[in-house]
Design a protein around this ligand. Structure first.
Ligand SMILES: [Zn+2]
Ligand SMILES: [Zn+2]
Ligand SMILES: [Zn+2]
Length: 380
């Protein structure tokens, strides 16, 4: 768990500890370095300048700060550089006891290497990619604790571009909330929503439940809300598809009854099979439904399931038809008369269906149908 607390700014208490000399130069010059060029911020600082800053850190030339880290580690630095890069460190240096030319401070609670990478960044904004991968959480914490915005941005960028995983997302999310990384909190929240089932069973989740029970509950609630919203979206999409299919069936019905299609159509039309290519997708299904309707032998009250469907389509047509007098669809006028005698409940239901069907194809609506009305029916 990486949520360990960094020992925040305090001067080292080891007043009697003798100051060891700087370590021999361990130049990073020959190693592959990674700069934050990939990160959102671009820079025009020449490579040579960065190399010089890197060298100054690595060589510790005229260093005057000893930074004590965990497990007896030491990092050397220059007070004016790290104090300028971080106002928090500047405050620490002010309070630090001096031993000759040496200031001594401590940065504890994170691995020694993480502190080294952090201090190096203060000099040259350089870091190795492997180091960033390994210490990302510590660096995120350090960048917040020591107020180093440019490092915050680099850490955020790396997390957003590959380092945020299901292994660290719960820690990152909590850290993002605690340390004010708004963008990161949104991104990690999204990831948690996406992988909730997998994450819910992890130790990190259990730990979060213990340390931040309200946050854990909020997360579960938002998963629940998100899931409901997803189901609602699917329901709406299916509904829209059905309305759209009904609209197409309405168009095809007018087309069959007016022009005829393939072998089916008005009696006064001379129908030659395949005389023209039909552009109505719904024609095929409708054609077989009409054939069935015309010759159904099933003696079921109200008709069989297919016949019932046909009756419904004919009634729906009548309700969307703009001009029943000119219309060639069978029973169009009869249904219009029947409409006047319908119950209030039926009227509301049909009106809502008509509104939804017509509304499903607002653009390029057919001139044969009524215009879409804006009056909304409220049907439970
Ligand atoms: Zn057709
Ligand atoms: Zn039938
Ligand atoms: Zn009609």
């Amino acid at each position: 768990m990486v949520m360990a607390c960094v020992d925040l700014p305090k001067a080292a208490d080891s007043s009697s500890v003798p100051i060891p000399p700087p370590l021999p130069s361990k130049s990073d010059g020959h190693q592959k370095r990674y700069r934050n060029d990939a990160a959102p911020e671009h820079t025009c600082v020449p490579t040579a300048t960065r190399d010089m800053w890197d060298r100054l850190f690595n060589d510790g030339y005229k260093a005057n700060v000893v930074i004590y880290t965990d497990n007896g580690g030491i990092v050397y630095a220059h007070a004016n550089i790290i104090g300028t890069a971080s106002s928090v460190i500047k405050g620490m240096l002010k309070q630090a006891k001096k031993h000759g030319k040496w200031y001594t401070i401590s940065i504890r609670g994170v691995p020694h290497e993480a502190v080294r990478v952090f201090i190096r960044f203060l000099y040259s904004s350089c870091y190795k990619k492997e180091e960033m991968n390994e210490y990302i959480m510590h660096l995120l914490l350090l960048s917040h604790a020591y107020v180093v915005p440019q490092m915050k941005r680099v850490c955020e960028w790396h997390l957003e571009h590959g380092l945020l995983t299901t292994e660290n997302v719960i820690d990152v999310f909590q850290l993002a909330l605690l340390c004010d990384f708004p963008r990161l909190s949104v991104i990690s929240h999204r990831m948690i929503m996406k992988h909730f089932k997998e994450l819910y069973a992890t130790e990190a989740w259990t730990a979060m439940k213990k340390s931040h029970p309200f946050l854990e509950k909020e997360l579960r609630d938002s998963v629940f809300i998100e899931e409901n919203a997803r189901k609602e979206r699917i329901r709406k999409r299916n509904e829209e598809r059905i309305y759209s299919q009904l609209y197409e069936a309405m168009e095809a019905l007018v087309h069959i009854c007016r022009d005829g299609c393939k072998t089916i159509g008005p009696h006064d039309k001379d129908l030659k099979p395949n005389h023209a290519t039909c552009h109505y997708e719904a024609c095929k299904g409708l054609e077989s439904l009409i054939r069935h309707f015309a010759g159904c032998k099933l003696r079921v009250p109200g008709g069989c399931v297919h016949c019932k469907r046909m009756w419904q389509l004919l009634e729906l047509h009548s309700r969307v038809c703009a001009d029943s007098d000119q219309c060639r669809v069978p029973l169009c006028g009869n249904f219009k008369e029947k409409m006047e005698k319908q119950s209030k409940k039926d009227e509301v239901r049909w009106k809502l269906l008509v509104k939804n069907v017509l509304g499903s194809k607002k653009i390029g609506a057919s001139p044969f149908f009524l215009p879409v009305t804006s009056s909304s029916s409220t049907m439970s």
